[in-house]
Design a protein around this ligand. Structure first.
Ligand code: BGC
Length: 253
């Protein structure tokens, strides 16, 4: 199977984005396309949207797909920003059957993290590094010496006193819903990142997701020991990393 070029797809709570990717250098080989996440975001509806992207790019090769949940070997085990019927669905099998193409599925933040750790802002970084992807939800990817510990769900830790998770308090969708300005949002993100630092002491934190392109605006409110950088691939890190992960995992098949 040819794996030099893979269709990278990033399934999010609000949009499904895709582009053909060169797995050698992470370059987008065509313009990225975004389709709003279907509602309800059931397995069948999402699989049909993936197929739309396949047709749009006239794709005939392998596919790598980031999905906003705990994913082990293509199986989905959680669902916070997608329809609950996803739980216990074999997403890899479903997407392969719908598209008739080989598909690898992994957690979306892990995908973004892989792109950043291999080719982006964390390339060559030796040590403890985290990618925090802030969008509709909050995702996390943890690396040590460039190696991923998959499916960490650090957006779902509960806040200390309140009975809500950090994602509910500080995601980009919360910023929009509560109409927070950059100072208000930046201060919340600072609380969250300080809590992460208190628990895990990463040396480098890379901000991914939609928030990556706004880092300049909220960075004045972030006060951490760790170095904080925006994702080099900004919001494209997810599609790039999904393609890279597919290259590694589909090689054997
Ligand atoms: C999900 C994570 C995902 C994150 C970002 C969270 O709600 O539980 O798996 O990585 O959103 O999409």
């Amino acid at each position: 199977m040819k794996l030099k070029e893979i269709l990278g797809i990033d399934i999010g709570g609000s949009g499904i984005k895709g582009a053909p990717i060169s797995t050698k250098n992470g370059k987008l080989l065509d313009k990225r396309h975004r389709i709003p996440t279907p509602q309800p975001s059931t397995p069948e509806n999402v699989a049909n949207t993936i197929n739309e992207l396949v047709k749009l790019f006239r794709w005939k090769g392998a596919i790598g797909c980031g999905f906003p949940a705990v994913v082990q070997n293509g199986m989905v085990f959680s669902a916070s920003n997608v329809d609950k019927t996803w739980i216990n669905t074999d997403a890899g099998k479903l997407f392969s059957e719908t598209t008739k193409l080989p598909v690898w599925v992994l957690n979306d933040a892990d995908a973004a993290g892989i792109a950043e750790a291999k080719l982006g802002a964390g390339a060559g970084f030796k040590g403890a590094m985290m990618v925090i992807a802030i969008g509709t939800g909050i995702g996390s990817a943890m690396f040590i010496n460039g190696k991923l510990y998959p499916n960490t769900e650090l957006g779902h830790m509960n806040m200390k006193e309140d009975n809500i998770d950090w994602e509910t308090y500080t995601s980009d969708s919360t910023r929009k819903r509560e109409m927070l300005d950059m100072e208000g949002w930046g201060k919340r993100l600072n609380e969250y990142l300080n809590y992460i630092e208190f628990l895990f002491s990463p040396e480098l934190i890379i901000i991914g997701g939609g928030a990556s392109k706004k880092l300049d605006k909220f960075k004045p409110y972030i006060n951490l020991q760790a170095r904080v950088l925006p994702a080099h691939f900004l919001n494209d890190a997810g599609i790039i990393g999904a393609a890279m992960a597919a290259r590694i995992n589909l090689k054997e098949k």
